[in-house]
Design a binder for this molecule. Structure first.
Ligand code: BGC
Length: 743
């Protein structure tokens, strides 16, 4: 055996000879100097070793130089429990429970950027305490279809709303020395065939609808990492997509951070080497469940990458560039000596989760039955599986192990008194991760329904807490929903309950829109997303009027699935069609999809095609009411060159309790040479008003807000003419209007 003794002696001698601290270890030195210094000391093998996983959720550092590993964790609603080094099993630690924050779609429903900042700060503190360097979130894929199993992880259907909301999350999270990983870049708008579906979309829809929130997260938020999506665009996988990563992300937006694959999203060494990918994670797993014989050294960006460089088939500079970006990330996070220590499930975190949950709940309808007065001592029957189910389990990678979880039944019981509250399950929804292929026997559902209906007849009020859950084929990663209706016979159950007792409040939980055939027959509907640890307390407080609801829908709720744009063009548009030949992944042959609705996503479609939604984007009621006065413009005209004007609208609380209204500004181009949506969201502000109080809300309008993306010229363009400003409380309610001319 060859002795390593001489090597060790040489290393020790070299170390003692250089007493001075190397530049890369000096936290006061400029980060770019540290990066170059570290790089100059590294071997090619060490650079390549930075570019791929060493375990399910970590990548190696440079042990010889004292450069630490990078640890990552899902995201985005809390810090995921520890996963095994080498497979997807839970590591069964006892110190990894967390605060579950409301789902991102709930955050979007608050329309309150201050809460987004609080979210980033608090979840970042938990990530920091758990010693994570990268939190895999937030997600900003646009809500294109209510069938997408992952909509709850995103921020709704509108690029302006998602852009405004994502920025403070990223900024505050990263103040903890924890990188945001904005995902899934890009066009990952469904789970069906997500691994290899090839999305075809116009450049206009891409730039106007699908990219803005990513751009805001990168440019305004300063995100340190971005996660490539699983799907393909222009026949190339997003994780090594030349146009998305090199041309747009780095070229047009100047992104200086690292691109991380989605887990198993890399498929080709040469493309990965050349097209802007930095860190490859999760490869060679079979459907995320079982291990393969491959080692981390077999990853595309491991030995095969090294071999391509050694053969001269890709330049060594590709490894330098990747290592530079990864070192920069390490200095910003793992080697950031000034980061705070963080904290876990603190009272402040619970308070933030509660505040976000409170403001996220959307009152869709109220004939006056709400709020329910706890002092009235009414006999309340709570019905529904979601009243007791722990909804932080399941759902895929966003699963969380919570330290505490207040269910809706817990919350309602605490507020209305145990003596006044009864519970009937009403329907069975299966254990967590229940598969639709094992339906609950009809006899079980029948008896649960009969029991609930019988109890409903004797109650003063019924509170129904159903909706979707995190099981497969519902609000869950990996598959889309199989239909628009509520599962487990809930529509039938609700109809039977209404007949037994018309004093019923629907307080469903769901990360998606769903059909509400009973909407006209129930007096009140509350819509909540997954609200995490404090969710039941938020729901109970809104029911009791201790919190006045102020959430607004971040997506439209169409009457029927066919009323949704993505579903108006047949299977080519959703879910896409399999091809005759091409790559086969998970048994599916190169599926293709074209976004036929183009930029008419969500309310843009409902407005422009005059297909009213049941509940429109931006809709949400309060226990008080608001009136809009006449808007006043600072000028009647503006020019396209750097000019701007303001519009001010007085908003009055006309009711008898304090409440908050989200004042929304939409702008429409009255006449254009290209198809434009009737109107588009270009501003919003949440204002809290005392009874009788009037406040002037002012928005600034700039020429950029009037522009559309001219694909031919690859530039944003405005056209002179008349524009209408629509101001109001939802996309379907804009009583205050004003016009101006762009010269
Ligand atoms: C998901 C990502 C997640 C990753 C790691 C993937 O399946 O798409 O969102 O961050 O797994 O768990």
């Amino acid at each position: 055996m060859k002795s390593i003794y001489p090597l060790i002696i040489a290393a020790v001698a070299a170390t003692s000879a250089s007493a001075e601290t190397p530049l890369y270890l000096n936290p006061d030195a400029p980060i770019e100097d540290r990066v170059e210094d570290a790089l100059s000391r590294m071997t090619l093998e060490e650079k390549v070793a930075l570019c791929h996983a060493q375990s399910k959720f970590s990548s190696a550092g440079v042990p010889r130089l004292g450069i630490p590993e990078l640890w990552m964790s899902d995201g985005p609603h809390g810090v995921r429990p520890e996963i095994n080094w080498n497979d997807w099993g839970h590591a069964r630690w006892t110190n990894d429970s967390c605060t579950a924050f409301p789902a991102l779609t709930a955050l979007a429903a608050t329309w309150n950027p201050a809460l987004s900042a609080a979210y980033g700060k608090n979840v970042g503190e938990e990530a920091r305490y758990r010693e994570k360097d990268v939190l895999l979130g937030p997600g900003v894929n646009i809500y294109r279809t209510p069938l997408n199993g992952r909509n709850f992880e995103y921020m709704g259907e509108d690029p302006w709303l998602a852009s405004v909301m994502v920025v403070p999350y990223v900024q505050e999270l990263q103040k903890n020395g924890v990188a945001a990983c904005v995902k899934h870049f890009a066009l990952n708008n469904q789970e069906r065939w997500r691994g290899n579906i090839n999305v075809d979309v116009s450049d206009r829809a891409l730039y106007e609808i699908y990219l803005p929130a990513f751009k805001a997260a990168v440019q305004q938020g300063g995100a340190w990492t971005v996660m490539g999506a699983y799907n393909k665009v222009w026949n190339q996988h997003c994780c090594h997509n030349q146009r998305l990563l090199e041309d747009i992300l780095r070229g047009e937006w100047g992104f200086d951070g690292a691109v991380i694959t989605d887990w198993g999203g890399a498929h080709d060494t040469r493309e990965a080497a050349l097209n802007g990918l930095d860190i490859e994670m999760g490869s060679f797993t079979n459907g995320l469940t079982s291990e393969s014989e491959f080692t981390y050294d077999d990853y595309y960006l491991a030995r095969p990458f090294l071999e391509l460089i050694r053969k001269g088939e890709v330049p060594e500079s590709t490894a330098d560039d990747k290592a530079r970006r990864i070192l920069r990330l390490i200095f910003r996070t793992a080697m950031n000596t000034r980061k705070p220590f963080g904290s876990l499930h603190s009272p402040e975190h619970y308070a933030a989760a509660k505040a976000i949950g409170d403001e996220s709940i959307v009152l869709l309808k109220n004939s006056g039955i709400l709020p329910l007065d706890p002092a009235a001592g009414k006999r309340i029957l709570v019905v529904g599986d979601n009243a007791t189910r722990v909804l932080t389990n399941g759902g895929g990678s966003s699963e969380l192990k919570v330290k505490d979880y207040i269910s809706p039944l817990d919350g309602i019981t605490a507020v209305f008194g145990a003596d006044n509250v009864d519970y009937a399950r009403g329907y069975a929804a299966g254990p967590p991760m229940y598969d639709r292929d094992e339906p609950v026997p009809a006899s079980v559902q029948d008896s649960l329904r009969a029991e609930a209906v019988a109890l409903a007849a004797g109650a003063d009020v019924v509170i129904y807490v159903g909706g979707l859950n995190k099981n497969a084929f519902q609000d869950c990663e990996g598959q889309d929903r199989t239909g628009y209706g509520l599962p487990f016979g809930q529509d039938e159950l609700i109809e039977a309950l209404v007949k037994a007792n018309p004093n019923i409040v629907i307080a469903n939980i769901s990360g998606n829109a769903y059909a509400m055939p009973w909407a006209d027959r129930v007096p009140a509907i509350l819509h909540s997303s997954y609200l995490g640890t404090m969710g039941g307390a938020s729901i109970a407080d809104v029911l009791a009027g201790r919190v006045n609801p102020s959430g607004k829908l971040p997506y439209s709720i169409p009457v029927r699935l066919e009323d949704c744009a993505a579903h108006s063009f047949g299977v080519d548009s959703y879910p896409g069609v399999e091809s005759e030949s091409g790559d086969v992944l998970f048994g599916v042959c190169a599926p293709q999809q074209r976004y036929e609705e183009d930029l008419l996503v969500g309310y843009r479609w409902h407005d422009t095609k005059k297909v009213p939604a049941r509940y429109a984007f931006g809709h949400g009621l309060s226990y008080t009411a608001f009136a809009y006065g006449k808007p006043v413009l600072s000028a009647k005209e503006m020019t396209a060159e750097g000019d701007k004007l303001t519009v001010t609208v007085p908003v009055t609380n006309t009711g008898s309790r304090e409440g908050a209204e989200v004042v929304q500004l939409y702008i429409g181009d009255d006449k254009a040479s290209v198809l434009r949506p009737v109107k588009e969201l270009k501003g919003f502000e949440k204002v809290t008003l005392a009874p009788g109080e009037t406040r002037d809300v002012t928005f600034t309008v700039t020429p950029e807000m009037l522009a559309f993306f001219d694909a031919g010229a690859h530039a944003w363009r405005t056209e002179p003419g008349t524009f209408t400003l629509y101001l109001g409380g939802s996309s379907a309610f804009t009583p205050a209007k004003a016009k101006f001319k762009l010269k």
